[in-house]
Design a protein around this ligand. Structure first.
Ligand code: HEC
Length: 266
């Protein structure tokens, strides 16, 4: 009789319990992994509310006196205080020129040149006393940085777009001494004709220039490129005071054009 029974290393009961234990173990490992994945190491982080930073900012703001915090990122500063800060700390490339004349104040006593030699060379005489008007800055670099983009370094302008100043500025002076100052200060708008070429553009106002700088530019324009030879006899260079007086007129660019017409220029 053949023996159908076989010997197994594990009994059926042992296999069942091994499978059961294995699944339980797997479940425990999965739970452990799940726990590790979802638990965060919160102890490592500190929640910030920004108040420390705000306090630093407030302290920095408070150190600028004369400064009023309006909230919402806006602030107001007294103009005099702002100017003091500029004087104290300086400003890199502020975009405007110093209001103070480059030279020390001149002697303003009216000493005529004729009197000076008669006084026998006193200390008060000499070149300083002859000019009661403060010296102006050099007009050429100012012209180059302010006007040459349109009127060109040669003063020739660009036909139909920007009128020439070379060979033309003295005619403007002769027609109306104030007119060139008005054109630079307030700009010009309206059709003009220069040497039979028509221009109908817009010249921007240059009120941001200091009086002395504007006067220096105008004197450069009147004398550069051979213009000096065309100036009428008795030409008086512009002074900062001349510019200041014109500035007070507060004209529109179209009113400057009307003054040009009134001066007999076409
Ligand atoms: C953005 C270009 C531009 C700049 C910068 C500019 N101008 Fe002009 N300027 C013009 C134009 C355009 C006209 C003519 C406007 C018109 O057609 O009415 C003009 C007209 C003038 C006139 C009057 C000419 C006339 O026949 O009446 C003078 C003077 C003048 N400019 C001088 C200057 C000086 C000096 C500067 C620098 C301080 C300057 N301009 C800067 C564009 C410019």
């Amino acid at each position: 009789m053949p023996d159908n029974s076989r010997d197994y290393l594990f009994s059926e009961g042992q296999v069942r319990s091994a499978v059961a234990l294995g699944s339980v173990g797997m479940g425990v490992i999965l739970l452990a992994l799940l726990f590790l994945a979802t638990s965060r190491p919160q102890g490592k982080y500190q929640i910030l509310d920004g108040s420390a930073h705000q306090a630093d900012l407030q302290a920095a703001v408070a150190s600028i006196t004369g400064y009023e915090d309006l909230g919402g990122g806006k602030a107001r500063i007294d103009i005099n205080r702002a100017m003091e800060l500029v004087a104290e700390r300086g400003v890199v490339n502020p975009g405007f020129h110093s209001a103070a004349p480059a030279t020390p104040p001149q002697v303003t006593a009216p000493v005529t040149p004729a009197e000076t030699p008669a006084t026998g060379g006193t200390q008060a005489g000499g070149t300083e006393a002859q000019t009661s008007v403060p010296a102006l800055p050099d007009g050429e670099p100012l012209y180059m940085s302010t006007c040459s983009a349109c009127h060109q370094a040669t003063g020739m302008g660009i036909p139909m777009a920007f009128p020439p100043l070379a060979g033309h500025a003295p005619e403007l002076y002769a027609a109306d001494r104030d007119y060139p100052v008005e054109a630079v200060a307030f700009g010009l708008q309206g059709s003009i004709s220069v040497h039979n070429t028509t221009y109908n553009g817009v010249m921007p106002s240059h009120l941001h220039l200091q009086d002395a700088d504007m006067a220096a530019i105008l004197n450069y324009v009147m004398t550069a490129w051979g213009n000096e030879a065309d100036l009428p006899a008795g030409f008086e260079p512009y002074t900062a005071a001349d510019v200041e007086a014109v500035r007070g007129m507060m004209l529109m660019a179209t009113e400057v054009h009307a003054n040009r017409v009134a001066a007999g220029l076409d």
